[in-house]
Design a protein around this ligand. Sequence first.
Ligand code: NAD
Length: 303
Amino acid sequence: SAEIISGTDMRTAILEELASEVEAMKAKHGKVPGLVTILVGENPASVSYVTLKVKTALKLGFHEIQDSQPESISEEELLALIERYNQDPDIHGILVQLPLPKHINEEKVIYAINPDKDVDGFHPVNLGRMVIGGDNGGFLPCTPAGIQEMIVRSGTETSGAEVVVVGRSNIVGKPISVMMGQKGRGANSTVTMVHTRTHDIAEHCKRADILIVAAGVPGLVKPDWIKPGATVIDVGVNRVGTSTTGKAILSGDVDFAEACKVAGKITPVPGGVGPMTIAMLMKNTVKSAWMHLERTMADTLPR
Ligand code: NAD
């Protein structure tokens, strides 16, 4: 039976590593990472995501601002708010929780964030840096970064491995496909990206040493699509029912119970990729703080 890759345990380990970095930063600069989470309106899913991000940031000792704005905020006002945080030296990460109300252009909002504070990694400058690769000061989008980190920490060899990614969205499928094919740690793979127009998805999946599924279709991947011993990363989060206590019952894109009999390693849903996404957001914020603080130091040195 497959080894379960626990995103929850990995998150704990990463947050411990980050907490000691925050201590080191305090000792060296007398500063901590600053993160602002901007929430527009009261969409229950968004509220619960933001609450979790705020809680995690506070636990790590960040300077955290939770900026809640009414649904009625104008696009102009939101852009002005972002500009204020762009200029704030104590803020290193700006996160605008999506989706935004219909009267606000999401693209405009993402473009307005200073790319050097875009810890979500959604700004085209950061997507460009990701495509170029190497350590170029960019921020990787959090879910793909979390997927790659899980693969590395699970001890799965990626160099030369056949990776098949199901899905081609801008926030998961496309970026993780690029990242796995890059040079460097946790990459150097041979990548195939499949989607709704692919002729025979099962045939592609069967070749995968590492199968990454981000389609949003419960039970899409059947056990006979999985190569025996493969590492399976299930990104899907699908609401498949409601418990007697009214809580959502979640399921991934993979038939988990059956897949466990074939796969070598597999991530559960929940408790897999989800927790890693938050850990990577925190990691990006710490990275941003280091970059801003050390750059500020360099700027104030006598020339
Ligand atoms: P999306 O709907 O934007 O993209 C889904 C992609 O899958 C599309 O590119 C589509 O071509 C492909 N696809 C859909 N049905 C398919 C099928 N039957 N066969 C082959 N390909 C198919 O979704 P997304 O934003 O990439 O998210 C995908 C899933 O991952 C969702 O369930 C989402 O909730 C989840 N997700 C989880 C996290 C996390 O942190 N755990 C983060 C982001 C997304």
